[in-house]
Design a protein around this ligand. Structure first.
Ligand SMILES: C[S@@+](CC[C@H](N)C(=O)[O-])C[C@H]1O[C@@H](n2cnc3c(N)ncnc32)[C@H](O)[C@@H]1O
Length: 286
């Protein structure tokens, strides 16, 4: 049994209702972020107490209030116990990130992916992180590869403000440059043509709309890390190749740009729903 469920039992939570409680939750800095199904809502206070008892550093317990939505991909949170705030400092891979969950996207679930990309960056590389959010891909890359120069492009003004603060907080000013811009417009600029060795595209639901721009700004031997949602199973439970559609998208974009597509790597990043996974395709357009 999970630590949370054990603690709930210790607090006198009815054993027959334990099935309603999800054992897993996200820890973002000192915020614990839970999903509480509607049938378990009346036990929210008790669940929050149990979370605080087993995580002494947690100062805010919040629930996800709706889906991740809109252009800025923000999922609002609702505080159910502790201090009434949605901002915190989260530590990851030796970096610190100021986040505000009600204003800008942040997920701890991509930490492995950020390390994976960062470890591939070579000295003197020019790395472009499109859809940079508060800066985790860009800043972890710069920390792991201080000789690289990183450009982080983000549209949400609140995220850009946090990104700039995080550049200072992590002492990577000069190595990471924040640009408040639309990714499409940034990639269309004359000076950005064939300017980057590596392009990171962490916007899984719509990154495909930006593929031609990413290919345009890529140097001939460069690599693009394309995040996408792949279908792994139909509602009828028929199994599907989760990489099929993302690879078709990448291949079509290369063809349109009159380039040959070379898939370097593909992997599942996280399970998105019972039918879909988030995947990444690393490819060259030569
Ligand atoms: C899924 S989040 C990823 C954020 C960050 N890379 C991370 O891992 O935490 C996608 C980000 O792309 C930004 N975004 C959406 N459309 C954009 C566009 N056209 N140009 C630049 N940024 C955009 C959103 O505001 C959001 O912060």
């Amino acid at each position: 049994m999970s630590g949370l469920k054990n603690e709930l039992l210790r607090l006198g939570f009815p054993e027959e209702k334990l099935g309603l409680v999800r054992s897993s939750y996200d820890l973002i800095g000192d915020i614990a972020l839970l999903e509480i199904p509607s049938e378990a809502k009346k036990y929210s206070k008790q669940i929050a107490q149990a979370v605080q008892n087993i995580n002494k550093h947690v100062k805010v317990v919040a629930v996800k209030a709706g889906a991740t939505k809109g252009k800025y991909r923000v999922r609002k949170i609702k505080v159910i116990a502790g201090e009434k705030r949605s901002s915190t400092i989260h530590r990851e891979s030796g970096c610190s990130f100021k986040v505000d969950l009600n204003k800008a996207y942040f997920s701890t679930r991509l930490s492995h992916e950020r390390e994976r990309i960062a470890l591939q960056a070579a000295p003197k590389e020019r790395v472009l992180v499109l859809f940079a959010g508060v800066g985790p891909f860009a800043i972890v890359t710069s920390k792991k590869q201080p000789m690289a120069s990183v450009t982080a492009v983000e549209l949400n003004p609140a995220a850009v403000k946090l990104l700039k603060e995080n550049i200072v907080l992590n002492k990577v000013a000069g190595r990471v440059v924040a640009v408040k811009a639309d990714a499409k417009k940034f990639c269309a600029k004359k000076e950005n043509k064939a300017a980057f060795d590596r392009v990171v595209m962490p916007l899984p639901h719509s990154a495909h709309e930006f593929l031609s721009g990413a290919i345009r700004v890529l140097k001939p031997k460069g690599v693009i890390h394309f995040y996408s949602i792949g279908e792994k199973r139909r509602r009828s439970h028929e199994k599907l190749d989760v990489f099929k559609k993302p690879i078709v998208r990448v291949s079509l974009a290369c063809k349109k740009a009159k380039k040959k597509c070379e898939i370097v790597n593909k992997r599942t990043v996280l399970h998105y729903s019972p039918f879909e996974d988030e995947v990444v395709i690393d490819f060259k357009a030569v």
